[in-house]
Design a protein around this ligand. Structure first.
Ligand SMILES: NC(=O)c1ccc[n+]([C@@H]2O[C@H](COP(=O)([O-])OP(=O)(O)OC[C@H]3O[C@@H](n4cnc5c(N)ncnc54)[C@H](O)[C@@H]3O)[C@@H](O)[C@H]2O)c1
Length: 312
């Protein structure tokens, strides 16, 4: 949103604030004035409004996000991820807007062939295991988007986002980096699930936003699926150690079983790394912001927020 405003666009943010915060718009509001409009609504409520149909770009990011949330509220999460994406696609179809559908690396399910390529087969666990429903709901979103492209010519691009991090992300729904940083700043133990040897790739949200924006402007991307993220891997225990170092914390690391964190039968993936050949080939994308920098920036943002809270 801020990046679109910087380039001079008029932006309407539609968000039901189920996990988002209106305060995150404050800064942009001050500089963009009337070029930024906020509509407090679900996507399907917005679809029913007649004053919201003049878009030439749609970035559909709204979703039930985070493993913890999906585990706690599985039906609600499925409905949001499938029905609201369906509504977003219908809205975009009214004007034939260029559209981004945000998908997730969770779509790869249990795939173990690394790096994960957009053309790979995907493998899920049984439907009795709630954890797989998030990936399946995102896969359905992809099917709907690609069908709208094939049957109605919607200029849509699907982006499979890998771990995306940066200031303003909160740890409440299980996101690992903000959770670690909050614990480290409070000198509390950092809870690492399993043996901590599982690895992920973290990209700064500013890099990811740049990649998404560029993809949307390239005609050859339409009707395509693209991994977006960083391909530099880090183990989760190593991530915890890095956070402790960068925040000069006195915290220790506490290993926690998956069972106690998520309940019996939870299956995690040992590694997840995107193959970025496709996006590199099309727009020359690379994630450039180092994880150390992102951790420092999250810390600076938390300092600013807590100053404000204390001043209030
Ligand atoms: N952050 C990541 O690491 C990551 C990784 C993979 C995929 N993604 C995808 O990227 C997108 C954005 O994720 P994020 O990390 O910014 O999460 P986020 O929670 O910050 O953003 C999602 C927003 O959607 C809003 N929302 C939820 N349901 C809604 C509804 N029915 N109508 C309107 N608004 C609704 C929430 O209030 C929130 O502001 C999501 O689609 C997510 O699945 C994120």
């Amino acid at each position: 949103m801020e990046s679109l405003l910087r380039r001079g666009d008029v932006v309407t943010v539609i968000d039901d604030l189920s996990t988002g915060f209106e305060a995150n718009l404050e800064h942009a509001r001050r500089s963009a004035g009337a070029r930024l409009r906020f509509v407090h609504a679900t996507v399907s409520e917005a679809e029913r409004r007649s004053d919201l149909d003049a878009f030439d770009r749609v970035y559909h990011l709204a979703a039930a996000v985070g493993v913890r949330r999906v585990m706690q509220r599985p039906l609600d999460s499925l409905e949001v991820n499938v029905l609201e994406t369906s509504a977003a696609i219908r809205m975009a179809q009214r004007t034939g807007a260029r559209t981004i559908i945000a998908s997730s690396s969770e779509v790869y399910g249990k795939s173990t062939r690394l790096p994960l390529n957009e053309s790979d087969d995907v493998v899920y666990g049984p439907t009795s295991v709630t954890r797989w429903s998030y990936g399946c709901s995102k896969a359905l979103d992809e099917f709907m988007a690609l069908a709208a492209h094939r049957t109605a010519g919607l200029p849509v691009v699907v982006v499979r986002l890998f771990n995306t991090v940066g200031p303003r992300q909160v740890g409440r729904w299980g996101m690992v980096l903000p959770r670690f940083i909050a614990s480290a700043r409070a000198n509390q133990p950092l809870e690492v699930h399993g043996d901590g040897m599982q690895s992920r790739c973290f990209a700064d949200v500013r890099d990811v936003v740049r990649g998404i924006e560029q993809l949307l402007e390239v005609e050859a991307a339409q009707g395509g699926v693209f991994n977006v993220g960083s391909d530099r891997t880090i183990g989760i225990r190593a991530l915890a150690e890095l956070v402790i170092r960068r925040t000069a914390s006195r915290s220790t690391i506490a290993l926690q079983t998956y069972e106690s964190a998520f309940g019996a039968g939870f299956e995690d993936l040992r590694a997840r790394q995107p193959d970025l050949t496709r996006i590199r080939g099309l727009i020359g994308f690379d994630a450039t912001i180092a994880l150390e920098q992102t951790i420092d920036d999250i810390g600076a943002w938390l300092d600013a927020v807590s100053h404000k809270e204390h001043a209030a």
